[in-house]
Design a protein around this ligand. Structure first.
Ligand SMILES: NC(=O)c1ccc[n+]([C@@H]2O[C@H](COP(=O)([O-])OP(=O)(O)OC[C@H]3O[C@@H](n4cnc5c(N)ncnc54)[C@H](OP(=O)(O)O)[C@@H]3O)[C@@H](O)[C@H]2O)c1
Length: 244
């Protein structure tokens, strides 16, 4: 979803600074998108869940106009009684404290320039809790709460903060997880995905693509979002839709 977001923002003409821990995949992705769009993209190899990683990222791009946060999905959870304090600490560092630290470091500059856009890619489980998503949903519910509180403070300065809450999408992590399941069950990736689609009754009848998320990241980062802040958009093919 990070890559889908980079592609969508590159198509809109943004200059981008993109971080990940794995150098080869990061550089390949940045080069591919730069070739396709002509955008200037700087890859930064860093772990954004650590102070050192955040410093490296922020020193490469100290005054961004746009901040988009994502991470690898936290592990799925089985028996809630088996979640350890270390599991909590790790997921809180990556999926709550990291985006909070980035926001704290960049919002003042956005306020001064009277223009800023922040989008955090969380999870649908922040809004619709599920047993398998306890480590994923709870920290992002807290992140959304924080974002809404801060969005009210900086809205008058044209700093706009929104969240995207995805359902199931074909991304690198999902590919690895469902390939592993397929190997275990003697099936294929497509069959395992289809089992999930049936079990969770996804109305769209499929998983989403990263570009389905990227398009809305770009919209929330644009002038279209001038008067839309503190919102959380669920993109899940209709699984959790109610009337409002
Ligand atoms: N895919 C889904 O179906 C799904 C469903 C619900 C919610 N979500 C949410 O959507 C977001 C993105 O998920 P995804 O499926 O796109 O994940 P993904 O395929 O694992 O991609 C995550 C990206 O972030 C980088 N990354 C992860 N941890 C990092 C760290 N500590 N420091 C720097 N870079 C890091 C990874 O690169 P490196 O590994 O090289 O660092 C990778 O490029 C997550 O918040 C996830 O919980 C996804």
């Amino acid at each position: 979803m990070g890559k889908g977001s980079v592609l969508a923002l590159a198509r809109e003409g943004c200059e981008l600074f993109v971080s990940a821990r794995g150098e080869i995949r990061l550089k390949n992705a940045c080069e591919q998108i730069a070739r396709e769009t002509g955008a200037r993209i700087t890859p930064i190899v860093a772990d954004h869940s650590t102070d050192a990683g955040r410093e490296k990222i922020l020193s490469a791009c100290p005054e961004p106009d746009i901040l988009v946060g994502t991470c690898a999905p936290p592990p799925t959870t089985g028996d809630y009684r088996k979640i350890t304090p270390d599991d909590w600490k790790q997921t809180l560092d990556i999926s709550l404290l990291s985006p909070v630290q980035f926001m704290q470091a960049t919002i003042d500059g956005m306020v001064k320039r009277k223009w800023g856009r922040i989008v955090n890619i969380g999870t649908g489980a922040a809004k619709f809790p599920a047993q398998i998503r306890i480590l994923s949903g709870a920290p992002r519910a807290a992140l959304v709460n924080y974002c809404v509180a801060v969005s009210k403070i900086v809205a008058k300065d044209n700093v706009i903060i929104n969240n995207i809450l995805p359902g199931m999408h074909h991304t690198a992590t999902i590919r690895e997880r469902y390939d592993a399941l397929a190997r275990q069950n003697g099936t294929t990736y497509e069959e395992e995905v289809d089992k999930f689609v049936q079990a969770w009754r996804i109305p769209a009848g499929r998983f989403g693509d990263p570009d389905d998320v990227g398009a809305f990241v770009a919209m929330f980062c644009s002038e279209f979002a001038n008067f839309t802040t503190g919102q959380s958009l669920v993109i899940d093919g209709g699984i959790t839709n109610g009337t409002f």
